[in-house]
Design a protein around this ligand. Structure first.
Ligand code: UN1
Length: 500
């Protein structure tokens, strides 16, 4: 399919794609595919007010009925999976299999949220007073602002939106300025869902803000945005947290990752090799869960690392829309330059670089295709503490598991981690309180590609937020403690006497 056909299949007309000020390029060949109109801050504020009006109505719609909205969204996404998956690939450059996988992740969280809409359970609590009962009730919170990054242009919106919507919160979305088309395509889908759903879907239930940073700032500044869930860089997250804390608004932050794998002597090296390649070069190293540090026991280093270097040499790099490609382009030239700079720094810190540099420079014009790189490092140096959003895998040796865990935890980020080992003493230590300090810790699988059923997020510079499965829904609701006196007395708690 041509680029225009992909855009048309997602419902874009030519008029909509031209005439604006925001230039959108496809990383596939670097060409411009749209010039979109941007929202002003005044328009953003009006949209937030509209979302708040929607909240006043939506919060009174019974949660299972709200779940029906999300069920219809999941159905529409199933129908649109091929079109939206191709658009994800066109706009952010991940290979088509991963574009489709991202839409599947949206469908999965919709299914989860539909069930959840009948399970927004509170507790009953024993009261210390006779004739009293206590319980905990969960109520809708307010407008939920969602800020997303270019690398997963649609799934993180859906992790947030599917939960927020069943929890009674309208959603206002500020996608990355690099990937607004996928967001607009999803908004078109939501508008179809609203039309099917009927009158109790208020106007402004889901909205998209097209433009740059100041629109995110409009959301953090606006009192009617109760929660902001932001995915992206650590500096962005810090700015959102600082602004929100001024008005004591809630945040859910999913920021940087610097994910490691420990390969122990007992590991199944065949499996480890496959897991390493997928998690280090998948999405061209631009997942927040990408494998960036490989910590290999000295006894298996020589059996693993030369094979890995060889596997990298044969990787099919190219057009992400073409069958057989495993590594697509980086988002833009700036990303390629950041990768080059990190590799130079790694060299200056004693690293031996295999691979790296621009790939396919002749055939792909302005696009930024990179050769994935493996860097053998003498120790965990400065550069290894940074997340460079590119396919760079640093490799270091270890002697004892305690030392490996210490290295794995030493970086500022705390998103995902894993160990390859068939020794239960090692794997359980890795998962224990003295083990990985990350939000995600896996055994015998890579650090990326999490399923939606678990809570997703991590500690330290990763921001501490949790999205998606488990009880992440609680962050989108307000908790209310209710004490009900059904007696004819008025005893005070803590046995206080107060007679008058
Ligand atoms: C991200 O890169 O921001 O676990 C999200 C994974 C995907 C989500 C990544 N399910 O790799």
């Amino acid at each position: 399919m041509s680029h225009m056909e992909i855009l048309k299949a997602s419902g874009f007309g030519e008029a909509e794609l031209g005439g604006g000020t925001l230039s959108v390029a496809t990383p596939v060949d670097g060409s411009e595919i749209a010039k979109l109109s941007e929202h002003s801050v005044a328009e953003a504020n009006a949209m937030i007010d509209k979302a708040h009006d929607a909240f006043l109505k939506w919060r009174t719609v019974p949660a299972p009925r709200r779940g029906e909205y999300v069920r219809l969204l999941g159905e529409e996404l199933r129908r649109e999976k091929d079109n939206l998956g191709a658009l994800v690939t066109l706009e952010c450059g991940k290979i088509l299999q991963e574009g489709l996988g991202e839409v599947q992740e949206m469908i999965d969280i919709c299914d989860f949220a539909v069930g959840l809409s009948r399970q927004l359970y509170g507790l009953t609590i024993a009261s210390e007073r006779p004739g009293h009962s206590m319980r905990e009730t969960w109520h809708p919170m307010g407008v939920c602002g969602v800020i997303t990054a270019f690398n997963f242009p649609v799934a993180p919106w859906c992790w947030n939106a599917a939960l927020a919507l069943v929890c009674g919160d309208p959603v206002i979305w500020k996608p990355s300025e690099k990937t607004p088309l996928t967001a607009l395509a999803v908004q078109k889908i939501c508008e179809r869902v609203s039309a099917q759903f009927g009158d109790d879907a208020p106007d402004g239930l889901t909205q998209v803000l097209v433009g740059e940073r100041e629109l995110g700032e409009a959301m953090t500044a606006h009192k009617k945005v109760a929660i902001i869930s932001a995915t992206g860089s650590v500096p962005m997250g810090r700015a959102v947290a600082a602004d929100m804390s001024k008005r004591l608004g809630k945040t859910i932050l999913e920021l940087g990752g610097n994910n490691a794998m420990i390969v122990a002597p007992s590991a199944d090296l065949e499996m480890a090799l496959r897991a390493i390649v997928f998690s280090a070069v998948g999405t061209a190293g631009q997942r927040c869960t990408t494998l960036r540090r490989l910590i290999v026991h000295e006894d298996v280093y020589d059996a693993l690392v030369p094979r890995l270097i060889k596997a990298y040499e044969g990787l099919p790099i190219g057009d992400p829309l073409a069958d057989g490609t495993l590594v697509g382009p980086l988002i833009d030239d700036q990303a390629l330059r950041a990768m080059d700079a990190a590799l130079e720094k790694a060299k200056s810190e004693g690293g031996t670089v295999h691979g790296g540099g621009q790939a396919l420079s002749d055939s792909h014009g302005a696009a930024a295709y990179a050769n994935p790189a493996i860097v053998e490092m003498p120790s965990q140096s400065e550069i290894m503490h940074h997340e460079t959003f590119a396919p760079i895998l640093y490799v270091v040796k270890y002697k004892t598991l305690e030392q490996a865990i210490e290295m794995q935890n030493e970086v500022p980020q705390g998103l995902s981690s894993c160990i390859f080992s068939t020794d239960v003493r090692e794997t359980e230590l890795f998962l224990s309180a003295a083990g990985s300090d990350c939000g995600i810790a896996n055994v015998n699988i890579g650090p990326s590609g999490a399923e939606i059923g678990g809570a997703f997020g991590g500690e330290k510079d990763t921001g501490g937020g949790r999205e998606s499965g488990s009880d992440a829904w609680k962050a989108y609701m307000r908790r209310q403690t209710n004490t009900v006196n059904y007696s004819r007395e008025l005893p005070l708690a803590q046995g206080i006497k107060f007679d008058f």
